[in-house]
Write a new protein. Sequence first.
Length: 244
Amino acid sequence: MNHCCIIAAILTVVTTPAFANDSRFLPGDSFFFIQFGARDVTSLTKSKSPTFRYGNSVDRTPGCGSVGYDEIQFVEMPKVDKEGLREVYLRLKPELEDAFGKPDAMSVLVYNADYDWRRYGFALQYNENWAEESLTGGFVSRQFLTMTNFFESSEKHAASAIQRNWRDATLVPCLNANCRQKKEADGTSRNLPVESQQDRLYLILPDRNFENYLYPKDGAHFYHLLKGKIEHYRCKGRKWELIP
């Protein structure tokens, strides 16, 4: 099979929604995706260990199964992280767009504190065990299992993004998190919120146009939050520059 045919086959497998699954966070993923809005700002003040929903937890393929974890809990979340997220939300609020019916939501990608975002970019799961983890999560038929991708097949760099995701999957550690399940009386298992206790890196985007960040587009900007320190980056000449 030649190179072009391989790419076409990959795109078909990854992006076809029919008889497929909706994937949320899997244990081997490099990040947890949150659509952070006004309600989430409020939750920061109400709990020492706030819980947030996965950003793709709205079913987009009715009648299909879902795999993975819907929620994450930041155990004993540091005050500086709470203040940082709130500050960035207030800065971005005027330009935020509606996403899947959740108004004023910014995209927050939660990574390990040492994640090398300049090398590995944005919104690639880098999970070499996604199929096995999806099946363990309760999706019955491997025949219809698909890898959810954050890039649509119509996007210019979609094929390259998928290649990078697979190529470097063994190089990027998974998010440090405790994925838990609870046994029900009928013998089934239910996913509990993923527990995150480590220092975290938050890459905060004002939209869901992930292609503009993985392959920097001039004018795109995002916030980098680590241990309470906020850094603002903007793309100029297809390179990320720190805004003073």
